[in-house]
Design a protein around this ligand. Structure first.
Ligand code: CMP
Length: 137
């Protein structure tokens, strides 16, 4: 069964002009782009998106980071795309994310309060559905 996932290219990825390179990897793996836009996030939108992190020590730095520049939001589609994109993205910490992954190849620790790890991908069908509603009307 075909599923959809929400992918965000975070402000670090956009600022470093990696949007095309990141989208190309997702397409090259075989997933199809359904929707794509550049967005200036708002505090309200981010509070919905990161509801599970509200109150955590990195929440405020995370929001400030996500407000620091435009984000690219995309919907990708394909069989097992949620799992497949997360594998392509690599683990959360870009310092140790495996080479060959987006975070492993393009990311590093810049010594900031929040990990700047280039991309976000939904972690389940429920969160994909929820997040797609938040970012796409
Ligand atoms: P992501 O998993 O996409 O969504 C939550 C983000 O918060 C995560 O990416 C990192 O950017 C950031 N994050 C998660 N855990 C930590 C942490 N322990 N310290 C700093 N930043 C974090």
């Amino acid at each position: 069964t075909t599923e959809r996932t929400l992918v965000l290219i975070k402000p670090d990825g956009v600022a470093r002009n990696l949007t095309g390179a990141i989208l190309a990897r997702i397409e090259a793996k075989g997933y199809s782009l359904v929707e794509l836009k550049k967005v200036d996030a708002t505090r309200e939108l981010l509070e919905q998106h990161y509801e599970e992190h509200v109150g955590k020590p990195f929440y405020e730095p995370l929001v400030e980071f996500m407000l620091s520049g435009p984000v690219v939001a995309a919907i990708f589609e394909g069989h097992r795309v949620i799992e497949g994109f997360r594998s392509l993205a690599g683990t959360t910490d870009p310092t140790t994310a495996a080479p060959g992954t987006i975070r492993g190849d393009f990311g590093r620790d810049w010594g900031l309060k929040v990990q700047q790890n280039l991309v976000h991908g939904s972690d389940s069908t429920d969160s994909a559905e929820r997040e797609i509603k938040i970012w796409f009307q």
